[in-house]
Design a protein around this ligand. Structure first.
Ligand SMILES: *Cc1c(COP(=O)(O)O)cnc(C)c1O
Length: 217
């Protein structure tokens, strides 16, 4: 089964790099997948899932969380400020904090609700126009703001440009995390998660290699 194959490959790469077993956690990215495939992975015992759209996640996960105990849900896609409250109610971890306005909205809602998800700051390491994420040059300022707001930021996240060697971006993200004192690194997808683990990923986000190709039709 694909899930156990991926888990084996993660374990092997951790061992090859001399890392602690379990130090790279697998987020199964279930966006767009048919419900029966998601249920199959839940029935195998996996509990850590990622979605990239608030609306889509809101349509399936409340039910699935009722049926399966211990689900941990990660938002890995961009977050619009007007969906912040909904996202904070639904997700345990948000990987896409990337601007001051969003950081302030999260802090305000966390105050009101008395609860805040765990957070990652998304960095646009390739400085691509169309991609979400704070530019590397603006990261220090955003980190300072998050600390001032007492936000529970535990690391950095990136999605490398599709036409570049991802390892360079993973190494840059690792360097930025170290500089700012973060332990968490959310990086690596189906095609490159082993390279991400070699560079220190603590979360890899794997979709199609577990569930099969996404059918957007
Ligand atoms: C879809 C998605 C993934 C998973 O991609 P695969 O190539 O299917 O593994 C990982 N990270 C983010 C941010 C995504 O949107």
């Amino acid at each position: 089964m694909a899930l156990s194959d991926i888990q084996d490959r993660i374990t092997k790469e951790e061992a090859r790099m001399g890392r602690t077993p379990g130090s790279a956690q697998l987020i199964a990215v279930s966006k767009v997948q048919p419900l029966e495939r998601v249920v199959a992975v839940l029935e195998e015992g996996h509990r850590v899932f990622g979605e990239n759209k608030v609306q889509e996640a809101a349509g399936k996960w409340p039910d699935l969380k009722e049926k399966f105990d211990g689900v941990e849900l990660h938002l890995i896609g961009p977050l619009q400020t007007n969906k912040t409250r909904q996202a904070m109610g639904l997700f345990d971890v948000i990987h896409s904090v990337d601007r001051p306005k969003l950081a302030r909205a999260i802090a305000r809602i966390a105050d009101e609700e008395g609860h805040c998800p765990r957070l990652f700051i998304q960095v646009n390491t390739g400085e691509e126009d169309q991609k979400a994420g704070v530019l590397p040059g603006d990261l220090a300022e955003l980190v300072a703001l998050c600390r001032e707001l007492n936000l529970p930021v535990e690391g950095l996240m990136c999605i490398p440009p599709s036409d570049e060697e991802p390892s360079l971006h993973f190494a840059l993200l690792a360097k930025l995390a170290k500089k700012h004192g973060f332990e968490g690194l959310s990086m690596g997808m189906s095609s490159d998660f082993e390279r991400a683990i070699a560079q220190g990923a603590t979360y890899v986000r794997v979709g199609s290699a577990i569930f099969g190709e996404r059918d957007y039709a």
